[in-house]
Design a protein around this ligand. Structure first.
Ligand code: SME
Length: 163
């Protein structure tokens, strides 16, 4: 079981995230419980973030899923906000300054930067992973690379579930 953080070095800590996710998901056959633990692991292994969680695509609308952070908007329409755009394009979106992103949806006024990683089942986006930080430019190439890996792990796991 994944427990408390193991070291104080943020970069090293982040490098442990993929293995932590693999360990948490491997024996879980339920989408909600797996994503709930994944959200908790993201919050634990990433420094300086105020929200980490999932929106699940249902009939072209993103519906709030498991997360860690303040209560958030529950529905995001097709193509709306950072999440809707990443889901529509099927591409990771890194926003260094959310205030400069046209249409950004502010759930927590503390959020300054954001990354959204689309998740796939059978080649189609079924959810997005969304992470917010109070620090502008929090998500650089190293974070994008590891969170893309995290997204691939979650996508591969979800692809094996019977939903
Ligand atoms: N900022 C997101 C909305 C979700 S919250 O950040 C949790 C967006 O613009 O899509």
């Amino acid at each position: 079981m994944v427990e408390a953080r193991k070291n104080e070095n943020a970069e090293e800590q982040l490098s442990l995230l993929p293995a932590a996710l693999e360990a948490l998901l491997k024996d879980d056959d339920d989408l909600v419980s797996g994503l709930a633990n994944a959200a908790a692991a993201l919050k634990l292994y990433l420094d300086d973030i105020n929200w980490a969680g999932f929106y699940l695509l249902k009939d072209k609308t993103l519906v709030l899923g498991p997360f860690q952070g303040l209560p958030a908007c529950t529905r995001i329409g097709e193509g709306k906000g950072v999440c809707g755009k990443a889901a529509l394009d099927g591409k990771t979106l890194v926003v260094p300054d959310v205030h400069a992103f046209p249409g950004h949806i502010a759930c927590d006024s503390a959020s300054a930067s954001e990354i959204v990683v689309p998740l796939f089942r059978a080649g189609k986006v079924f959810a997005v992973l969304d992470i917010d930080s109070p620090r502008p430019g929090r998500f650089g190439p190293a974070e994008e690379a590891i969170l893309t890996r995290a997204g691939n792990i979650i996508s591969a796991w979800a692809s094996g579930l019977i939903l």
